[in-house]
Write a protein that binds this ligand. Sequence first.
Ligand SMILES: C[S@@+](CC[C@H](N)C(=O)[O-])C[C@H]1O[C@@H](n2cnc3c(N)ncnc32)[C@H](O)[C@@H]1O
Length: 341
Amino acid sequence: MTKVKSARNKTIDTSLDDGYQYLERCITVNNPVNDIFSILDKTVLGDSLEVLKYLPRECVDLIVVDPPYNLTKKFNKNTFSRKSKLDYESYSRKWLAMVAPILKSNGSIYVCCDWETSIIIGNVLGDYFKIQNRITWQREKGRGAKANWKNGMEDIWFATKGDQYTFNLDAVKTRKKVIAPYRIKGKPKDWQETETGNYRDTCPSNFWDDITIPFWSMPENTAHPTQKSEKLIAKIILASSNENDIILDPFLGSGTTSVVAKKLKRRYLGIEMDKQYCLWAEQRLEMADTNAEIQGYVDGVFWERNSLAEQIAVKNSTEQKVEREASLPSEQTIFDFLEMK
Ligand SMILES: C[S@@+](CC[C@H](N)C(=O)[O-])C[C@H]1O[C@@H](n2cnc3c(N)ncnc32)[C@H](O)[C@@H]1O
């Protein structure tokens, strides 16, 4: 019996038969590429451990890596099998040695891990890059364990090629409700008083607790088993790249990095070995042509989790303000009016 999806279920699960036109947009790379621009804004269908060796040296500004963690996990037709620590280390060294020469001298790399994989990655990443930080993401959802703590976090390692690198602090501030509205001479100190409440745009820390994994009711959701949310990737891309910069994801999955890069006006290249996931990536890239929204990132600011009602209230109040201002005579009109008199 075929499953009937609820009307609110937005999960993208287009089959290979129904979405062959998306798959046709993907490319393969079997020979050295001299000019990275000749293959930009594409999804490469292939094995990264083969494709990466054909890419030019020092050509990308940012690399986002969400590799298979050291767990046994089914990725559609392929199963990644849990390895011994030493074998997982060799596997990680393999792709790290391949991406390192591709990154520009002022470029950055982010690597996602679960806590166990993080112990291995944290140990080897420094052999290829300068480690700048370890971000901990409280992912909220996790499967309960009978005799252990539920796994509710992931690490994201942030490293750079050198000491000079892009970091756009103002682009990744989080909008928080002010709990203690401190004033100096009656004026708000570092916070804004608005019609919908009091807010402060705060500097982001290396603890991210404002991002959920994608849910079935979100338009970005696909049937990929380990999809990252667009809000999470948006933080990385906004902090560590500028418009028109080139972003590479060698384990693209359902396409999140490429989609967010496109929405934020960056160039992108993603590599994924599974056809089904390549198809969903291309389908999402097409959807981004008509909808560049990133849930949780509105008007250049990251909002806290579960703040949709506030975001809508702020949007409505801003729209009403714009309408009110539009209906008022402009300074020039008043000036003309006084001149006439
Ligand atoms: C953890 S998932 C990435 C999920 C992705 N961040 C997203 O938001 O959908 C890892 C992906 O890497 C792919 N993969 C694993 N080994 C690969 C390889 N050697 N070359 C290309 N893709 C690979 C898997 O098929 C899987 O989709």
